[in-house]
Write a protein that binds this ligand. Structure first.
Ligand code: ZN
Length: 308
């Protein structure tokens, strides 16, 4: 039994429309689902990804309107790495981000920048990974973002504190660098790595809420049992409408989720029109009239372009 790599990463924003502008209009990802938080249905939950909403391409945000900016600290993910096909793409993105007033910085791994909430991203050159692209009229296909390639977190304990869980239970591959692993499966080589803690962080806008690994549907319950046997406090299987999920907080303090492939984002929308309508979890559908009044409408730039 192997994980299929990353499924999605979920963040917090204080401004859903600004998140759509940054992720969809600027970075060129597709808004693949516009729904609400299961536990707080008056708050948006937005999903972005490739054209199909493939696992491994998905970034999601909970909106807590007006949330104060948070800071990544011990036990929190601080950088998301997105793949591009070639070095030339870094030049394209340097210019495109600069034109939008977003500062960039060359790093050993690629090109780093921060979104409107202060969340740090890094574009990394990886021609071999999965090609999970979305279409955007201003982003040439050869420069498009091709899916998630890695994430870096601040450790809250010595790097080895969760090594047994990662390697023996979840099947991550250790590398020669202390605290750095590869999650190999599903055609991905996702990099998961720790940096030394800068001290306590604070949750809020621009911080990561959890990271979800991808499991085959038929393995999901076995993963739940395996994580439980490793001493994790694992939730029951929860139906998230687009996948089933289990959650546990791992020894570094980071919330891990394991999510299934099925049913996927086309379960309640035509694949050609993903993200266009407000989709509500079944148990909250009866709140639609109130929620449509309460939630500030979010305009998808793709829909706006089609209408123009
Ligand atoms: Zn999740």
């Amino acid at each position: 039994m192997r994980l299929e790599g990353l499924h999605h990463i979920t963040m917090i924003t204080g401004d859903a429309q600004a998140t759509v502008a940054f992720q969809a209009d600027l970075l060129g990802l597709r808004l693949v689902k516009k729904t609400v938080n299961f536990d707080a249905p008056d708050a948006y939950h937005l999903y972005f990804g490739d054209e199909q909403g493939s696992p491994g391409s998905i970034l999601t945000w909970f909106e807590f309107a007006g949330a104060r900016p948070g800071t990544a600290g011990a036990g929190m993910v601080h950088t998301l790495q997105l793949g591009v096909a070639a070095e030339a793409a870094l030049g394209f993105w340097t210019a495109r981000l600069a034109a939008a007033g977003v500062a960039t910085e060359r790093t050993a791994d690629g090109l780093a920048f921060r979104d409107h909430d202060g969340l740090r991203f890094e574009l990394v050159v990886d021609p071999d990974g999965p090609d999970l692209r979305a279409k955007h009229p201003e982003v040439p296909a050869e420069h498009a973002i091709r899916g998630m390639r890695g994430a870096r977190a601040y450790a809250s304990r010595p790097f080895g504190a969760d090594r047994a869980l990662l390697v023996d239970t979840l099947g991550f591959t250790p590398t020669d660098t202390p605290g750095a692993y590869l999650v190999e499966g599903g055609g991905q080589r996702f990099r998961w790595a720790y940096d030394a803690s800068p001290g306590h962080g604070a949750p809020g806008a621009g911080t990561v809420h959890h990271i979800a690994w991808h499991a085959r549907d038929e393995d999901h319950v076995a993963w739940q049992q395996r994580a439980g046997a490793a001493g994790m406090q694992v939730t029951p299987v929860i139906d998230r409408d687009y996948f089933d999920a289990i959650y546990f907080r791992q020894p570094q303090g980071i919330l891990f989720e394991i999510a299934t492939t099925s049913p996927g984002f086309a379960v309640d929308e035509d694949p050609a029109h993903l993200g266009e309508g407000l989709r509500l979890p079944k148990q909250h559908e009866h709140l639609r009239p109130q929620l449509e009044q309460l939630l500030t409408p979010v305009a998808d730039p793709r829909t706006a372009r089609q209408e123009a």
